[in-house]
Design a protein around this ligand. Structure first.
Ligand code: NDP
Length: 257
């Protein structure tokens, strides 16, 4: 049994590092043409070269998810260059560590501005185009599209000092369900994935600390996740074979969440 994404176009936000980098790479390996987006263009170009070196098809576009004009321009540019977007991996996000008593309005706006507002308006821009294309097509078929929102186990289970981040990821989970309810009839499947502890630039420093090492020892497999651990989950949700999987919240946390 194989999952094929040949002929599909995927937009990945936050493709310049960590999970987004790997998501883009694995979608390309499954046959999709990928649009790599983020603010760090040099990193995106590096990834494009890597994907092209593997025989894949990739295009780079600058996108700041906190900027509405940037979202509209990036999505339009992506579709002009690569064709209609079939798959959106809504991955860009930031973390912030602070106790709730210390969180400032700026901390709150930064986290919610990227993780919730940013993710929402990227999805809306892409979905408007998917809806326009899918009108008249049988619901549940591929013609609409696939949106995968990257939430976190922190959206399901609160972790001390990550309260504001956890609140933002809980919002991403509910946003996923809201989108699934409204957009399913257009053949758009919207699902959330909730990674556990994955070693990326976002948290690498923490795993070097004593507290990080202690936490790692509490994990069932006593190891951090790697972005590759999410490959199969992502490709399944991105594929046409997942037509009844809509509004799902899938965890990849080794049971720790
Ligand atoms: P990284 O810090 O490695 O990657 C974050 C990505 O988000 C970067 O590519 C960055 O790109 C992009 N980004 C941040 N802000 C913006 C913005 N304003 N506009 C566009 N892109 C932006 O972290 P991860 O790979 O770990 O995180 C990816 C997602 O996974 C996030 O949503 C995170 O919350 C989630 N997650 C991570 C977990 C982990 O343990 N690592 C666990 C659970 C969820 P650039 O700077 O180039 O713009």
């Amino acid at each position: 049994y194989t999952i094929e994404l040949s002929g599909r176009v995927a937009l990945v936000t936050g493709a310049s590092s960590g999970l987004g980098w790997r998501f883009a790479e694995v979608l390309a390996q499954a046959g999709a043409a990928v649009v790599l987006s983020g603010r760090r263009m040099e990193r995106l170009k590096e990834l494009r070269a890597r994907i092209e070196g593997q025989g894949g098809d990739a295009h780079v576009v600058e996108l700041d998810v906190t900027d509405s004009a940037s979202i509209r321009a990036a999505v339009a540019h992506a579709e002009t260059e690569m064709g209609p977007i079939d798959i959106l991996v809504n991955n860009a996000g930031i973390s912030a560590q602070q106790k709730l008593l210390d969180a400032t309005p700026e901390d709150f706006d930064d986290v919610f501005g990227t993780n919730v507002r940013g993710a929402f308006f990227v999805a809306q821009e892409v979905a408007r185009r998917m809806v326009a294309r899918s009108l008249g097509v049988t619901p549940g078929t591929w013609a609409g599209g696939r949106i995968i929102n990257v939430a976190s186990v922190a959206g399901l289970r609160v972790i001390p000092k990550l309260g504001v981040y956890a609140m933002s990821k809980a919002a991403v989970i509910h946003m996923t369900r809201a989108m699934a309810v409204e957009w399913g009839k257009y053949g758009i499947n919207v699902n959330a994935i909730c990674p556990g502890y994955i070693d990326t630039e976002m948290n690498h420093h923490h795993w070097q600390t004593e507290a990080g090492q202690r936490l790692m020892q509490m994990l069932p497999r006593k190891r951090l996740g790697k972005p590759e651990d999410l490959d199969a989950m992502l490709v399944m949700l991105a594929s046409g074979q997942s037509s009844l999987v809509n509004g799902a919240v899938l965890t990849a946390d080794d049971g720790f969440g």
